[in-house]
Design a protein around this ligand. Structure first.
Ligand code: AP5
Ligand code: MG
Length: 182
């Protein structure tokens, strides 16, 4: 199986759910910048305090903060990883490219989870995380459209993008992903 992966997709697409399953089976390191930022918030660190204000509005935390969180972990781990929720814009994608070149670990596959807005909103509202309310969800979706979705063409042009239908049960989506990754 491919061992340097990136999961791309709108908020609520199932990136975290599917990344967890893939990493549990394969032993890859699951690196979710959203989870790592929420850990900083729970721990009450300075970084967490700064990030919380931004996350509660559904905006993006600064590229350098996020990069430092990822870099610390990736550089120590060379047995394969799955990036979830990072990069989030072209500038992060370029910073990541430089980092991966430095450690000679290029991304093998970018997996895009496709799903329509109505279903995303329904999933997030029924989860009820702190940033899962209508106003913040609509901002997260706008930021995805404006800043993150250009990454689809960026990775398509590099020839490493694969799309998977994210609609269906967790198990259905998981088997589609495994087919693509194997
Ligand atoms: P982040 O935590 O990455 O949130 P997100 O991208 O908005 O996406 P979610 O985690 O909400 O969705 P997901 O695709 O992981 O879906 P999940 O599996 O949870 O980021 C949060 C914030 O942190 C950002 O807004 C930003 O402020 C900041 N941040 C993070 N990374 C950053 C970065 N790189 N740069 C700058 N800022 C950054 O599923 C959603 C729900 O649906 C769950 O309840 C799940 O149980 C359910 N579900 C999943 N699959 C299915 C299915 N097949 N059927 C039914 N229900 C399902
Ligand atoms: Mg997530």
């Amino acid at each position: 199986m491919k061992s340097r992966l990136l999961f791309l997709g709108p908020p609520g697409a199932g990136k975290g759910t599917q990344a967890h399953l893939i990493c549990k089976d394969s032993g890859l390191l699951h690196l979710s910048t959203g989870e790592l930022l929420r850990d900083e918030v729970s721990a009450g660190t300075e970084l967490g305090k700064e990030a919380e204000l931004i996350m509660n509005k559904g905006e993006l935390v600064s590229d350098l903060i996020v990069l430092s969180i990822v870099e610390k972990r990736l550089s120590k781990y060379d047995e394969g990883w799955l990036l979830d929720g990072f990069p989030r814009n072209l500038s992060q994608a370029k910073l990541l490219k430089d980092l991966l070149e430095k450690i000679s670990q290029p991304i093998e596959t970018v997996l895009l989870l496709n799903i329509d807005d109505q279903l995303l909103i329904k999933r997030m509202l029924s989860r009820g995380r702190k940033d899962d309310n209508e106003e913040v969800i609509s901002n997260r979706l706008k930021i995805y459209r404006d800043q993150t979705s250009p990454l689809v063409d960026y990775y398509k042009n590099l020839g490493i993008l694969q799309s998977v239908n994210g609609v269906g049960t967790v198990e259905d989506v998981n088997s589609r992903i495994k087919k693509v990754l194997n």
